[in-house]
Design a protein around this ligand. Structure first.
Ligand code: SF4
Length: 135
């Protein structure tokens, strides 16, 4: 049996608490607070303590889905990105850039949120961008 502890950052909110994943035989088994981390100093909220559960959840989406004829079909990342780009372009051309809005998440990094707003403003051409922390 192989056991190791892998440091990471909790992805549930923007606080960024340090955690350790207990990994047994290649599977994440539990989440432990990282005592040396300056943000949480060995403490976690209830979401952080249960971080590993959604990673192993059978309900977790592991592949992109594209809706065809009313039902979701599995797709590759290339297919999903191409489909999204094509549809955003079609909607922008037909209805204008302000017909599109982008909602970003506290579950992604600050840098990813920055890129999302930059993409919204500079590529799509609208200021319709918001964040789940304000919703
Ligand atoms: S442990 Fe709680 S407070 Fe810390 S990052 Fe995760 S969700 Fe946020």
């Amino acid at each position: 049996m192989g056991c190791k502890f892998v440091p990471a950052v909790c992805s549930y909110c923007g606080t960024g608490c340090g955690i350790l994943f207990e990994v047994i035989d290649g599977k994440i088994n539990s989440t432990i607070p990282l005592k040396s981390h300056p943000v949480n100093q060995g403490k976690l909220c209830i979401k952080g303590w249960n971080l590993h559960e959604y990673i192993n959840s059978y309900m977790r989406l592991k592949t992109p889905l594209i809706k065809e004829d009313g039902t979701f079909q599995k797709a590759t990342w290339d297919e999903a990105i191409n489909h999204t780009a094509t549809e955003l372009n079609r909607i922008k051309q037909r209805f204008g850039p302000d017909s599109i809005g982008v909602l970003v998440s506290a579950k992604i990094t600050n840098e990813e949120n920055y890129l999302a707003q930059k993409f919204t403003r500079a590529v799509i051409g609208t200021n319709n961008v918001d964040h789940c922390a304000r919703l």
